[in-house]
Write a protein that binds this ligand. Structure first.
Ligand code: SF4
Ligand code: SF4
Length: 436
């Protein structure tokens, strides 16, 4: 069986957060395969722990992908500060792969940044790495590919639990485990009133629902007291973000000056998007084409703006509005790296201070204890593409690893598998619940 088929059968998707079905990447032909071990979200350390504890599997996954894509070379993006992980990975480097040592900046794990750092190539505006002969995979995706070689399906997710928990740590949990169980496994919350950032403080989403579950793309969760600065910032209703921006933005343009996509040479200018707010009667219509190539990294809102405004949210809204109106901005200007790019990079430690997260900036060591979970809820949509379709019914008994949801015929998507053995308790339009 070819690798792409094994990956498809195993239900592998980008584990760093993107959720792109990995079999598509495995069947492409490229020049370079990049392993993304850059991990730049504040407090999240799961890739570091995975590289430290499973370097052989990660490198095997990379080797398999290099072969399947006929790539001439692999690059392994890893931060210089992670010396122990570099040493672990280096022991398994083959002649085809080179380390790309990265500084401790945000967002060094962004595909556009990593591809540029490793290969010197710039992805075309609104393009993907494949357009310039590259594929990029998170290190956990590579780990899953090594398991798929042995026909092991994706039933577990490696996550980091950080913030206001008693035992910040990284561990494997069955896909579909509730955040309540995950927080308990990290020693429990230190606070009674809490909010959770899912996937990271910068690019993740905020929830107060402990019944939400871990999916194949959950990199980690950050537990914070409900009255923490970041929760207040992120919990601002959309309408008031734009109303405040309309009245208070003084067009200083710091948001643009720090925008990593702007600095790479893409036409992203959040201050112009903010200007749109001021030019409409209510600030309700934000349309501005300078938002189209924004990657929602959050730096403009959470780091650059001296007035604590919401340029990232304005860009998000502008993108949605333009999409609904069928407007697409195509950058005609050549992509040319800004001469000041290096000087404007944002050190992670500085970002952590700005986010008021320094009290939670600790290691999250790998906990290899086996977690016994007796209830999971596995969503059909954990990836880019169409949701999987259930192939099991209520009261059916399933085994861990068994296929329970299939990609609809010929569509882009990913299979899902039972993450624990037990009985199917419920099948809804969104998910399958299993209890052991
Ligand atoms: S940094 Fe803030 S105040 Fe300055 S232009 Fe951007 S949104 Fe406006
Ligand atoms: S979120 Fe802000 S800083 Fe990040 S890419 Fe978009 S406009 Fe630029």
């Amino acid at each position: 069986m070819q690798l792409q088929e094994k990956i498809f059968n195993a239900g592998i998707v980008g584990a760093g957060g993107a959720g792109f079905p990995s079999h598509i990447k495995a069947k492409s032909k490229v020049e370079f395969v990049l392993a993304n071990g850059a991990e730049c979200e504040p407090l999240i350390h799961k890739d570091y722990e995975l590289m430290l504890n499973f370097p052989k599997e990660i490198m095997r996954g990379l080797e398999l992908l290099i072969d399947s894509t006929s790539a001439k070379k692999g690059y392994f993006g890893i931060k210089e500060k992670n010396a122990k992980a570099i040493s672990a990975i280096s022991k398994h480097l083959n002649g085809k792969t080179e380390l790309t040592r990265l500084g401790d900046f945000y967002p060094s794990g962004d595909e556009f940044e990593l591809v540029y750092e490793a290969t010197g190539r710039l992805i075309p505006p609104a393009g993907i790495p494949l357009d310039i002969g590259c594929v990029v995979n998170n290190v956990e995706t590579l780990y899953n590919i090594a398991l798929a070689e042995k026909d092991i399906t994706v039933t577990k997710k490696f996550i980091c639990v950080a913030g206001a928990v008693k035992k910040p740590s990284s561990f494997f949990v069955p896909v579909g485990t509730s955040f309540k169980d995950v927080v308990e496994f990290a020693g429990g919350s230190k606070v009674s009133e809490l909010g959770i950032f899912v996937g990271g403080a910068m690019m993740g989403h905020l929830t107060f629902d402990l019944n939400e579950v871990v999916t194949k793309t959950t990199a980690g969760i950050i537990v914070l007291p409900k009255d923490h600065y970041l929760i207040k910032r992120k919990n601002q209703p959309e309408e008031s973000c734009h109303r405040i921006g309309k009245s208070a933005c003084d067009q200083c343009s710091y948001c643009t000056e720090f925008c990593p996509r702007y600095l790479l040479g893409y036409q992203v200018e959040p201050h112009k998007v903010m200007r749109s707010l001021g030019l409409t009667k209510t600030g309700a219509a934000v349309w501005n084409e300078m938002a189209e190539l924004c990657c929602s990294c959050g730096l403009c809102t959470l780091y650059a703006c001296p007035e604590d405004l919401y340029p990232k949210e304005a860009c998000d809204k502008a993108k949605v509005e333009m999409h609904e109106a069928g407007i697409k901005f195509i950058q005609q200007k050549e992509v040319k790296v800004h001469p000041i790019k290096e000087g404007r990079r944002v050190p992670l430690q500085q970002l952590i201070m700005k986010l008021k997260l320094q009290d939670y900036d600790v290691d999250a060591p790998f906990n290899s204890e086996k977690i016994t979970i007796n209830k999971v809820r596995i969503p059909f949509q954990q990836h880019i593409g169409k949701p999987a379709k259930a192939i099991v019914k209520k009261d059916e008994v399933v085994e861990e690893g068994q296929l329970i949801g299939k990609v609809p015929n010929g569509e882009l998507g990913a299979n899902i598998h039972a993450s624990i053995s037990g009985k199917v308790k419920e099948v809804t339009a969104e998910s399958i619940s299993i209890e052991s």
